[in-house]
Design a protein around this ligand. Structure first.
Ligand code: GLC
Length: 748
C-alpha cells in the first residue's frame, strides 16, 4: 500500500513539476504569471547568503541572479570589471590550480586611441574571457564624464566629452556582446565623484544633465544595445538615481529607448518599492531584507504588482540572453587565451598613449639608458576597486627596453628594483595593504648628486617614469596627487640639469590614472609620453613607442589645465578632502565640523562648461588641450566636405601622411553653432570622430563622418527639447580642439 502511495506521490510531484512552464525566450509572460509573489521578490534581488540553496561561487567580485530550477531559470553571473574579468588575487580553482585573466589598458587609454576598432577588439577579448571564466555579464564599461580631474575613478572612464565617451563605450559593448557575453553601461548617472558616492547629491540644471551627463549614455544607446545599464549610487537633484522615475523611465527608457535591464549599483537597503516603480529592475548585490520589503510593500499597497512584473520580465529577458541559459551544458574553460590577449593588450596600449612633447629625441635608437623613477621598474598597470584585474604578470619598462636592445644603467636598476621590492615586502609583511588589490603608488627615491652624476657619464639618454594611481571609493587630492611631489620634481630637474649639461637628452613617461600638473616642469625634459595605466603589457607598449616600433597616435580625451583652479567648478569638488575610509558616507559632516558642500551635495556650477567647452570658449590657457597629441610623422588634410542629407549631416576629409614614417591620424569633427534662441553656447563641440588606418608615407585615406542634424542643437530646458538653430555654422576637422587642420562653413 505504502509503495503505491509513494508511487502516486511521485507521479503527482512529477505531474506538478512537469506542469510548471519551463522558461524559453517566447513564454516569459507565462512564467511571470506562474511565479508566486515570493518567487518574484526573490528573482529581482541578487542571490544572497540568506537565500535557500545559495553557495558563493564567484571567483571575483560581482553578483548572481536567483535561480529557479522549477522554471528552468539558471543564475546569471555578473562580474567586474571594465578592463578585464576581476578575479580574487591568486585565485585557485577547486583543484588548486591558479587562474588569471588579462589586464587590459584602462578606459582613459582606450578613449585616447580615438578608435572604435580598438575599443571593439578589447571588448571582444574581454567578452571571451568573461565566458571563459563562467560569467555571463561583464560589469563595464564605466563611462561617467570626466567632470573633474580628481575623481578617483576617472581612470576607468573615458572622456570629458560625451561624444567620445558614448561612441567608445558603444564600440566596447558591441565587442563584448559579439561573443555572447553581456555588459553593463555604468554608472547612470552623474556619478562624478567618489567622495560620499553613496549619498552625495549631484546638483545641476536640465541642460547640463542632458548635454553632458546623460548625453554619453544616449549616444552609447544609439550605437549599441547593452544588456544592462547600472543605476548609480548617488542622488541627482535630490533624488537617488535608482529611485528616479524621470531618469530611469522618462529619460533612459522612453526617450533613449533603452530596452534592457536596469541593475542597481551594489547598494544596500533603500526604498525598494520606489526603486522598482522608478525603473530599477535588479537589486545587486542583493539583501534578503529587500525581498521582504517587496513583499510587505505589495501587502500594504505601496508597490504595484505591475512594477514588480516589469522587473521580473526584464530579469527573465536577461536570463534568456545569457550563456548560462542558452548553453546549459557549457563548461567554462577557466583558461582564457592569455597569450593572444596579451598581444592585443600591448597593441591597444600603444594606440592610446599620447606623446605630449618631443624635441627631436624620440624615437630612441638602441643605446645606454639611465632609467629613473621607481615605476620604471614597477609599472602601475591599472587602478584599484571594481576595475582592478589580478594580472598574470606586468611587463616592466626596464625589461622591455633591454629586450629592445638597450643597455640599462645597472646601478640604477639594482637600486630601484631593491627599493620597490622593499616597499612591497613592507606593505605585505607589515599587513599595511594588500599589494594585490591594485599596484600601490610608491614614493620616489631621493638620489644623491653623485649617483646622478655617475648615471650622466655612463648613459646616452635618461628616461624617468612618474606614477599615479587611484581607485573606487576615494577621490584624489590636489596637493598630493594632482601636483607632482617635491622629490618627483627635483628628480626631473636634477636629471635634466645633469644630462643637459652633458649634451644628453631626457624623456619623462607618465604612468598616471588621470590628469596631473605638467605646466611647471614640462619644458625641462626633451620628451613627455603619457602612458596612462596601460595594462599588463604596459612596459612593452611604452618601449614600442619610445623605440618607434609603434608610432604614437593617441590624443588626449581630456584637457590638462595649467592650474587646477583654472578648471570651471574647481571649488565645487572635494579637492582637498582626505577620506579616512573607503565608501566614505559623510551623512553628518556637521558632526565632524565639515562643510556639507561637496560632501553632502555638489553643485555643478560650471554647467555645460566642462573641459574644452570651458577653456576654449573663455580663452583660458591650458597645458595640453583636449584632442592634443604628437606623432613621429605628419599629416595634411584636404578636400573637406560637409553637407546635409535628409536628417543626417555627412562630412568627409582626405588625410595624407606627408611625413617620414607610417602612422595613424585621429580626426575630430567639431562644430561652432549660431546661438539661435540660446544665450550662450560653447565655442565649438565635438560631434564626430574617426581614425585612419596605418598610413604609409605618401598614403591617403578619406575619412567619412555622419551624425543626426539634431546633434547640432542644444537642449532647451524651458521646453524640454533639443533645438537646432538656423544660420551659419563652422565645421572644423582635426583632433586638437584648439588647432583645427581644416574648416569650412555650413548653413542650416
Ligand atoms: C561597485 C562599483 C561598480 C561595481 C559594483 C560590483 O560599488 O561602483 O562599478 O561594478 O560595485 O562590484
Amino acid at each position: 500500500m505504502k509503495t503505491k502511495a509513494f508511487f502516486l506521490c511521485c507521479l503527482f510531484a512529477t505531474a506538478v513539476l512537469s506542469a510548471q512552464p519551463k522558461l524559453n525566450p517566447n513564454n516569459i509572460p507565462e512564467i511571470v504569471k506562474a511565479m508566486s509573489p515570493q518567487e518574484k521578490a526573490l528573482l529581482v534581488v541578487g542571490f544572497n547568503s540568506a537565500c535557500e540553496g545559495y553557495t558563493p561561487t564567484l571567483p571575483g567580485t560581482g553578483g548572481l541572479t536567483h535561480p529557479f530550477e522549477k522554471y528552468g531559470i539558471p543564475s546569471v553571473v555578473m562580474m567586474d570589471g571594465p578592463v578585464g574579468v576581476r578575479l580574487e588575487p591568486d585565485w585557485h580553482d577547486g583543484l588548486g590550480e591558479a587562474h588569471f585573466t588579462t589586464c587590459f589598458p584602462t578606459g582613459l587609454l582606450t578613449a585616447a586611441s580615438w578608435d572604435r576598432e580598438v575599443a571593439f577588439r578589447m571588448g571582444h577579448a574581454i567578452g571571451e574571457e568573461t565566458l571563459d571564466m563562467g560569467a555571463d555579464v561583464i560589469l563595464g564599461p564605466g563611462m561617467n564624464l570626466l567632470r573633474n580631474p580628481l575623481n578617483g575613478r576617472n581612470f576607468e572612464y573615458f572622456s570629458e566629452d560625451p561624444v567620445l565617451s558614448g561612441s567608445i563605450a558603444a564600440a566596447y559593448i558591441n565587442g563584448v556582446q559579439e561573443t555572447g557575453a553581456g555588459t553593463s553601461a555604468k554608472h547612470f548617472a552623474a556619478n562624478n565623484q567618489e567622495t560620499n558616492r553613496l549619498d552625495g547629491d549631484s546638483r545641476m540644471d536640465a541642460r547640463t544633465l542632458r548635454e553632458l551627463y546623460t548625453r554619453g549614455f544616449e549616444i552609447c544607446l544609439r550605437e549599441s544595445e547593452p544588456w544592462t545599464v547600472m543605476a548609480s549610487y548617488n542622488l541627482l537633484n535630490g533624488e537617488y538615481t535608482q529611485e528616479s522615475y524621470s531618469l530611469l523611465t522618462g529619460i533612459l527608457r522612453e526617450e533613449f529607448g533603452f530596452r534592457g535591464l536596469v541593475v542597481t549599483d551594489w547598494t544596500g537597503m533603500r526604498n525598494t518599492p520606489l526603486q522598482l516603480h522608478a525603473g530599477s529592475d535588479l537589486f545587486m548585490g542583493g539583501m534578503y531584507k529587500q525581498t521582504e520589503h517587496i513583499l510587505s510593500s505589495l501587502e500594504d499597497g505601496s508597490l504595484q504588482m505591475a512594477d514588480l512584473d516589469r522587473a521580473v520580465t526584464k530579469v527573465l529577458e536577461l536570463v534568456v540572453k545569457s550563456v548560462s541559459f542558452r548553453l546549459p551544458d557549457f563548461v567554462p574553460s577557466l583558461k582564457p587565451d592569455l597569450e593572444g590577449h596579451a598581444k592585443l593588450a600591448r597593441e591597444t596600449a600603444a594606440e592610446g598613449m599620447v606623446l605630449l612633447e618631443n624635441k627631436g629625441v624620440l624615437p630612441l635608437r638602441p643605446s645606454r639608458v639611465a632609467l629613473f623613477g621607481v615605476h620604471s621598474y614597477d609599472l602601475i598597470p591599472g587602478g584599484n576597486g571594481a576595475a582592478f584585474v589580478s594580472c598574470p604578470y606586468v611587463s616592466q619598462v626596464n625589461d622591455a627596453l633591454k629586450e629592445a636592445g638597450f643597455t640599462l644603467d645597472p646601478q640604477l636598476e639594482k637600486l630601484y628594483k631593491g627599493y620597490a621590492a622593499f616597499i612591497d615586502a613592507d606593505l605585505t609583511l607589515n599587513h599595511k595593504v594588500n599589494v594585490h588589490v591594485g599596484q600601490p603608488q610608491k614614493k620616489e627615491l631621493e638620489l644623491t648628486p653623485r649617483l646622478i652624476g655617475e648615471a650622466v657619464s655612463s648613459a646616452d639618454v635618461a628616461v624617468i617614469t612618474i606614477g599615479r594611481t587611484s581607485g573606487e571609493a576615494r577621490d584624489r587630492v590636489l596637493d598630493k596627487e594632482f601636483l607632482l611631489q617635491e622629490n618627483e620634481k627635483s628628480l626631473i630637474e636634477r636629471v635634466c640639469e645633469g644630462f643637459h649639461a652633458a649634451g644628453k637628452k631626457v624623456v619623462v613617461v607618465l604612468n598616471i590614472c588621470g590628469v596631473v600638473e605638467t605646466a611647471s616642469w614640462k619644458q625641462l625634459p626633451d620628451a613627455v609620453l603619457c602612458a596612462w595605466l596601460p595594462g599588463e603589457e604596459g612596459g612593452h607598449a611604452i618601449a614600442d613607442i619610445l623605440t618607434g616600433r609603434a608610432t604614437p597616435s593617441g590624443r588626449l580625451p581630456m584637457t590638462f589645465p595649467v592650474d587646477y583652479f583654472d578648471i570651471a567648478g574647481a571649488e565645487d569638488f572635494p579637492y582637498n578632502f582626505i577620506s579616512d575610509k573607503a565608501n566614505e558616507s559623510v551623512v553628518h559632516p556637521e558632526r565632524r565640523g565639515l562643510d556639507p558642500k561637496n560632501l553632502m551635495y555638489t553643485d555643478y556650477t560650471e554647467g555645460i562648461y566642462v573641459g574644452y567647452r570651458h577653456f576654449l570658449t573663455r580663452g583660458v590657457e591650458v597645458a595640453y588641450p583636449f584632442g592634443y597629441g604628437l606623432s613621429y610623422t605628419s599629416f595634411e588634410y584636404s578636400a573637406p566636405v560637409v553637407k546635409r542629407q535628409g536628417k543626417q549631416v555627412v562630412a568627409s576629409v582626405k588625410v595624407t601622411n606627408v611625413g617620414p614614417v607610417a602612422g595613424k591620424e585621429a580626426v575630430g569633427l567639431y562644430v561652432h553653432a549660431p546661438l539661435g534662441n540660446f544665450a550662450d553656447k560653447p565655442e565649438r563641440e565635438l560631434k564626430a570622430f574617426g581614425k585612419t588606418r596605418l598610413l604609409q608615407p605618401g598614403e591617403s585615406q578619406v575619412l567619412e563622418f555622419s551624425f543626426p542634424v539634431q546633434d547640432l542643437g542644444s537642449y532647451n530646458a524651458a521646453c524640454s527639447r533639443w533645438e537646432t538653430a538656423k544660420g551659419k555654422y563652422t565645421v572644423y576637422f582635426g583632433a586638437d580642439c584648439q588647432a583645427p587642420a581644416a574648416s569650412l562653413p555650413f548653413s542650416l
